[in-house]
Design a protein around this ligand. Sequence first.
Ligand code: NAD
Length: 303
Amino acid sequence: MPKILDGKKLAQEIELILQQAIESGLEVAKRPPGLAVLRVGNDPASGVYVNFKEKACDRIGVRSFAKHLKEDISLEELTETIKSLNQEKNIDGILLQLPLPSHLDEDALLSSIDPDKDADGLHPLNLGRLIKGEKGPRSCTPAGVMSLLERNQIKIEGKRAVVVGRSILVGKPMALMLEAANATVTIAHSRTKDLPSLTREADVLVVAAGKPYLIGKNDVSENCVVIDVGIHRLPPDQENMKELKKTKLCGDVKIFEIEDKVAAYSPVPGGVGPMTVTMLLANTVDRWQKHCGLPLTISHLLP
Ligand code: NAD
């Protein structure tokens, strides 16, 4: 098992598989896969993520239909936009970039996406499918974590897994996927008492708390595999104060403290982030194969 779980490299390998799947299906499908990415308002981080996703589509031959909608769009107007994308034949996947402006009802909007075009796997029907162990689009970040573990030959079965965070986006589906892979799973959250005593027992620790540097060397055991989902932009340090753009990224884990102690870890950047984008592409290509009546050759990439 490699010590550093390189998400960037693995994402490139999987993108190649997806690209080949597209090339070999184009003749029958007569159109490339289509992904609609909806961005609402001007959240700068969302702008960066949407940009990554569009570039990734370009790299592998997915046609991207990006829509940048105004901050004060009404729930009705946005629902209508989603419904028209549901009907659009050239679109196989729809992604609503989160977070949304506070006046919009996230649950209602995610539920209005056709579950069969749910590129982010967050529709209630697809979350239900995950609970039941049925195939379907999977939440991209936890799916990316599972792929990172599996492709690095990290055995999950029978292991003690701890997930820090219980969001619908990451923590909950993550716990379900680990449980489906036969780990014994504990979910920790902001009300959990004595977090270190739990995390120290983990063979696999997935940290998705959204708290920079929450986990350090006293919170992990030596045989632990640590997956850092968190992503934060640190304020510029003294050295680069003059160049505000030179900010550094960090995760929820103090990698510099644990890297010499644990069995393996995912870095930030270059760990879970690239895998999330790749799983979005995998969901989209899988939908495309289904919509175009092609053999489902890549569904094994989704947990
Ligand atoms: P969220 O804020 O919705 O959920 C955070 C969860 O962590 C909550 O369930 C909360 O109870 C728990 N939590 C908070 N503080 C805690 C503490 N001190 N101890 C234990 N639990 C605590 O966040 P999210 O959407 O799940 O995202 C989590 C992190 O992952 C964020 O940093 C986000 O930016 C990052 N993220 C990264 C990717 C990626 O592709 N790398 C994708 C999605 C989210």
